[in-house]
Design a protein around this ligand. Sequence first.
Ligand code: ADP
Ligand code: NI
Length: 218
Amino acid sequence: MNKKQTLKETREFVRERLHKEATGHDYWHIDRVLRNARLINKSEGADVFVVELAILLHDVGDRKAIHKDADDYSIAENFLNGKKVPADILDHVMFIIKNMSFSNSFGKRQNTRISREFAVVQDADRLDAVGAIGISRAFSYGGNRNRPIYDPNVKVKKFLDKKRYQSAQSSSIHHFHEKLFLLKDLMNTATARKIAAKRDKYMRDFLKQFLLEWEGKR
Ligand code: ADP
Ligand code: NI
């Protein structure tokens, strides 16, 4: 197995599968997460092959991307098997993919030991959910799901389990409180924490202005 060639073929496989995705998991999301990871990894020294394989494949089996009720991890696993990726690398990549998502973090203890590669991939993915891009993705997702941009009559809820979080029918503005504002404190690496803080501030300024305009003020 040639690592460079495998990454190239994985990218093509993913581009093919995600080019029409409309819930925020499209190919450009993958492309941006790769760039976030390269930035973070300058100071982390994680294994680039594991990191990039995990990022490329992390959304191919997402329940929203495949229009199913549950995630399907076999798509990524079968692909890696077909490329003769060694078992230890395959296991590591699959572990990252299965455990990295925000919805899968409910009920898990913080600070359980994770690999450097896991830390970089999860942070890179989460950075794409905050800041200007995060705002864009939230409204794009909300539109796809026929959600209102905002509903002042709905109270903001704090979700404690995956099921309730995933079945919530709140507005896109509510999503800022339910997830986006929580992400900066969930970063694993110092570099991502710093970037997230800046992007978090940008989102809070946006929300302030949004609510002013909603009230008919300047
Ligand atoms: P994860 O797989 O980590 O749980 P998601 O797949 O839920 O993440 O999120 C994909 C993108 O869609 C993210 O940018 C996220 O912020 C956005 N998103 C998810 N749920 C909602 C929602 N209810 N309203 C608005 N945006 C959402
Ligand atoms: Ni993602």
